[in-house]
Design a protein around this ligand. Structure first.
Ligand code: BDR
Ligand code: CA
Length: 321
């Protein structure tokens, strides 16, 4: 079993990623850090707790993340994409009791699992940056980092050049790009290709026999409608955050370019991700660089997603504490 600590902001595609993780026979989700991003931190926490409750997995710890970026700027949320509560038309039960753990819990988790632990970040990068600032030594024990964010030499989604997770906290994103070792980055170059069509969701929804089943079509439909409004004719909705997780188990799902990555901190190009793709006569060894996912094997992604989302074995049946 691969131990995964997830930093997230659910959010519709984060919720798909959490559901995917809970259904994956090889993933042991050892904690979810919830922070601002698609919705407020408090709502993200409620949504994560709701998904864990549905899965009967309330013993998975939820750790309180950030309420805003390192710059102190105010936050823009995206109800038009993720819905007023972050789950499209679904209203999670109000006032779900959450035993929200303090941030230092992440170091306890790292100490417990050390180099068996992968950190996957699918939201703004603030919490992960803070984790490096407060505990650089502990972060060295982590096996690897997978981060959804950035857009390299392609258009952004919140500005002409920037992707939402990097734009939301570029200072944090730049720090994480420099300090995470080893790191794999999943930018819009590949995640925009990770499209799931309504037919696939219908099939999954008809086959899935878990407590998540009633959510799948409504949250997807809401998310797709938002994408269709922005990109008329798009055949499906991109599950950015699922791809970032699923690539852990499918090494040939994407092709990586190995480069240094920097993020523009402010100004007109705020949040833009930069890597040097010029041919280098004397390249630095790959292990010292960041793996940037640049090409997706779509068939592999889709096959894996359908397999996991319809699998009969699931982590959703154990008794909660
Ligand atoms: C990222 O922003 C959010 O809307 C998604 O959950 C994903 O993490 C894509 O830019
Ligand atoms: Ca996200």
């Amino acid at each position: 079993m691969q131990k995964v600590l997830l930093f997230s902001d659910p959010g519709i595609d984060d919720s798909f990623a959490i559901i995917y993780a809970l259904l994956h026979p090889q993933i042991e989700l050892v904690g979810i850090v919830t922070g601002y991003g698609s919705v407020k931190k408090e709502q993200a926490t409620q949504n994560a707790a709701y998904l864990l409750q549905l899965a009967n997995q309330r013993d998975i710890p939820i750790i309180g993340g950030a309420q805003g970026p390192l710059s102190g700027e105010s936050v823009t949320y995206y109800p038009e994409i993720h819905g007023p509560e972050g789950l499209g038309p679904i209203k999670p039960p109000e006032g779900l009791k959450v035993n929200l753990l303090n941030f230092d819990q992440i170091y306890k988790i790292i100490d417990q699992y050390q180099n068996e632990l992968i950190i996957v970040s699918i939201g703004r990068l603030t919490e992960l940056a803070v984790a490096f600032i407060l505990g650089a030594d502990q972060m060295e024990k982590v096996k690897s980092f997978h981060v959804m964010g950035g857009a390299f030499l392609v258009p952004g989604n919140v500005s002409p050049v920037a992707e939402a997770n990097f734009y939301g906290d570029p200072i944090a994103a730049d720090l994480v790009m420099q300090r995470s070792i080893p790191l794999k980055v999943f930018p819009l170059n590949v995640t925009n290709q990770a499209l799931v069509t309504p037919e696939v969701i219908q099939y999954i929804s008809q086959t899935n026999a878990t407590p998540f089943q009633p959510l799948l079509e409504p949250i997807y439909d809401y998310y797709l409608k938002a994408y269709k409004k922005n990109i008329p004719g798009i055949p499906g909705a991109p599950l950015h955050d699922v791809l970032t997780l699923s690539s852990i188990f499918n090494p040939t799902m994407v092709d990586y370019y190995y480069r240094e990555v920097r993020v523009v901190l402010s100004g007109v190009a705020k949040g833009q991700s930069i890597a040097d793709f010029r041919p280098k006569p004397d390249p630095v060894p790959e292990e010292n660089l960041k793996g940037i996912a640049m090409k997706l094997n779509y068939e592999l992604f889709l096959k894996d997603f359908v397999e996991i989302m319809t699998s009969e074995t699931s982590n959703t049946t154990s008794t909660s504490k």
